[in-house]
Ligand binder design. Structure first.
Ligand SMILES: [Cu+2]
Length: 173
């Protein structure tokens, strides 16, 4: 009987602390202004080539706020190491450079695309061609994180997606 009582006390205390912490969630974690959450579109990740453990991911990020927001880091269960990279031409050779962050101007848009800015994903633990979706979390400088499920594309799927995108862009102009 005593034990049951103790359990109830613990349960009530647990619930109370749960509710009080719920009330205490710092307001900057849940931006009331939706424009503070960058909008991510057309994101995908490349299937790993059999025998390798490297992949890359591309997307468009729109900053609808009135301040510059930077993408600081990206995390995922599929990899312990995801870096922000940029392709550059050096001595007639295509090279990759690691960046600390990507700045997105107020009301601006940044495109991560093949031969440009990209996310480099190292030490991929499970071959990605066995998956259809991968979860990525983007961490931004204004304390906002965006977690999303993005599709895994084979080279053929990537090509057809790019065709669709360029057709869409033509319609817009
Ligand atoms: Cu790279």
């Amino acid at each position: 009987m005593k034990n049951i009582y103790l359990c109830c006390v613990l349960l009530v205390c647990g619930l109370m602390s749960f509710f009080s912490t719920a009330n205490l969630i710092p307001e900057d974690k849940i931006p009331e202004d939706k424009s503070l959450t960058p909008v991510v579109e057309q994101a995908y990740i490349r299937a790993t080539i059999p025998g390798t453990s490297i992949s890359s991911s591309y997307m468009e990020i729109e900053n609808q706020s009135d301040n510059t927001i930077s993408l600081l880091s990206v995390t995922s269960d599929i990899s312990p190491r995801i870096e922000i990279h940029q392709h550059i031409m050096a001595d007639g050779m295509m090279r990759m450079r690691k960046l600390d962050s990507i700045e997105i101007e107020a009301q601006g848009r940044v495109k991560l695309q093949p031969s440009g800015l990209h996310l480099m994903i190292f030490d991929v633990e499970i071959p990605l061609n066995s998956k259809e979706q991968v979860e990525l979390t983007l961490h931004f400088s204004n304390n906002v994180t965006v977690t999303m499920e993005i599709p895994v594309y084979s080279p053929a799927q990537e090509k057809s997606a790019q065709k669709t995108m360029s057709r869409m862009h033509k319609h817009h102009h």
